[in-house]
Design a protein around this ligand. Structure first.
Ligand code: NAD
Length: 447
């Protein structure tokens, strides 16, 4: 099938590469010239495991190319995915200006019939609004457009795997025609009929559930899912605080809770809270959606508040160990909002660093992938070549991202390098007993 993907960021690029891998002919479009030039030159603007290989393969086999021109992408395509950003406005609502811009441009250049798919995360009823925007060109008037919703659930850091082996594919449609087109498009993924780039050898795959709903329900599924995940994280973080007060271990509590199939263990990891381009903005947007439609989603406001206070917990723990932060050297290990990505949007590590700089502490940092992005926005921080350089002469360290390489630190070397061996483990990745045996002052979250 001929497919156009507009907006080749974290979601669009994975979507384009994976659909090409599944056998489709894909054109990726973006208005960021630098990004398109990088992609045309065979380079990646982001880090995401397996993406490099898939893009090289797709381009090499002639099934994937990139352009700045919406017309060039849209005209030959049967299906057009909108994957542009929907960042939060000041008041927390989703900013739909990029969506609107893209929709208008699609309308201007389209010839022939297209299925326009909203894959960006959008407030419920955006599909109706897109239909209206396209109305003069729409089904009633010459029938050039049909609109569908297809929310994306991939996680950065495992985006390719999640796209090719999803828990479910959800589509929201108003007519059988769109359903048939999208079912055919996703058929190789539903049935797993392509060589798997992630798991080799690939175990037999189960058929992926393909859920067809109306457009509003599909839109709601995305916001409701992300908000629910945020609830789980904030909930376990509250439990972590309680565990610390009463001498319990949050990991044991999470294990005991998670064994209950009604609850499940995922997203019950206590820590410094959620970040990234999805949960924080989607929770905010969902609260505004509730307000707009007269439903009080204040439960989610609490979830946000609890999440924001996780940074206070880290600062308090540092104070407990160091008393005064002014002039102290603090090593922050990890900058991306989660491991295996270079994405720093709404990363808790950045908020921790900002707070430390306000306290006039000196910050040294190391991250395997995200430092180039942070360099552009934070000048007064020392960027180091490896974790040991960051820890050299530090009065304390904060582990802010659970990168694999921090799990296997040589802790004797760490202790030797630090001026004071104080570690605040914001992701519970080190073993408290080992730390105690080494004489490292160690504080984690709820253990
Ligand atoms: P992103 O910022 O990485 O990518 C958006 C891309 O759209 C950028 O490359 C930008 O240059 C391009 N763009 C913006 N305006 C444009 C325009 N008018 N014309 C052409 N291109 C334009 O964002 P992302 O993380 O890929 O997220 C995209 C959407 O997917 C958001 O709605 C987000 O909530 C949703 N989502 C994100 C994730 C995730 O993990 N990042 C997961 C699921 C859903």
């Amino acid at each position: 099938m001929d497919v156009c993907v507009i907006g080749v960021g974290y979601v669009g690029l994975v979507t384009a590469a994976c659909l090409a891998h599944a056998g489709h002919s894909v054109i990726g479009v973006d208005d960021d010239r630098e990004k398109i030039e990088l992609l045309q030159g065979g380079k990646l603007p982001i880090y995401e495991p397996f993406l490099n290989e898939l893009i090289a393969q797709g381009v090499g086999e002639g099934r994937l190319r990139f352009t700045e021109s919406v017309a060039e992408g849209v005209r030959p395509s049967t299906v057009v995915f909108i994957c542009v950003g929907t960042p939060p406005l000041e008041n927390g609502e989703a900013d739909l200006s990029a969506i609107e811009d893209v929709v208008r441009r699609i309308a201007e250049v389209t010839e022939g019939r297209k299925v326009i798919v909203e894959k960006s995360t959008v407030p419920v009823q955006t599909g109706v609004w897109i239909e209206k925007t396209l109305n003069p060109f729409g089904r009633g008037a010459g029938g050039r457009f049909v609109v569908a919703s297809n929310p994306e659930f991939l996680r950065e850091g495992s985006g390719v795997e999640d796209f090719l082996h999803p828990d479910r594919i959800v589509i929201g449609v108003e007519h059988h025609e769109e359903e048939q087109v999208l079912r055919a498009l996703y058929d190789p993924i539903i049935r797993g009929t392509f060589p798997c780039p992630v798991h080799q050898p690939c175990s037999p795959r189960r058929e992926v559930p393909f859920l067809v709903t109306d457009i509003a329900s599909a839109e709601l599924i995305k916001h409701a899912s992300n908000s629910f995940l945020a609830v789980k994280i904030s909930y376990i973080n509250l439990i972590a605080d309680l565990c610390e007060r009463v001498g319990a271990d949050v990991e044991k509590v999470a294990e005991g809770m998670g064994l209950d199939r009604r609850i499940g263990r995922a997203f019950l990891d206590a820590g410094i809270g959620f970040g990234g381009f999805c949960l924080p903005k989607d929770v905010q947007a969902f609260v505004r959606i509730g307000e707009k439609h007269g439903v009080d989603l204040r439960l989610l406001k609490e979830v946000e508040r609890i999440n924001e206070e996780r940074v206070d917990v880290v600062i308090r723990k540092l104070r407990d160990h160091l008393s005064v932060l002014r002039g102290k050297v603090i090593a922050v290990l990890g900058l991306s909002f989660k491991p295996n990505t270079d994405d720093i949007r709404f990363a808790p590590a950045l908020e921790i660093i900002r707070r430390l700089l306000i306290e006039e502490a000196k910050v040294k940092t190391y991250d395997p992938k995200a430092m180039p992005r942070v360099r552009k926005i934070l000048g007064s921080v020392a960027f180091c070549a490896d974790p040991y350089e960051a820890l050299d002469g530090a009065d304390a360290a904060v582990i802010a991202t659970e990168w694999e390489e921090f799990r296997s630190l040589d802790l004797r070397r760490v202790k030797e390098r630090m001026r004071q061996p104080v570690i605040i483990d914001g992701r519970n990745i080190l073993d408290p007993r080992v730390m105690e045996s080494l004489g490292i002052e160690y504080s984690s979250m709820g253990r």
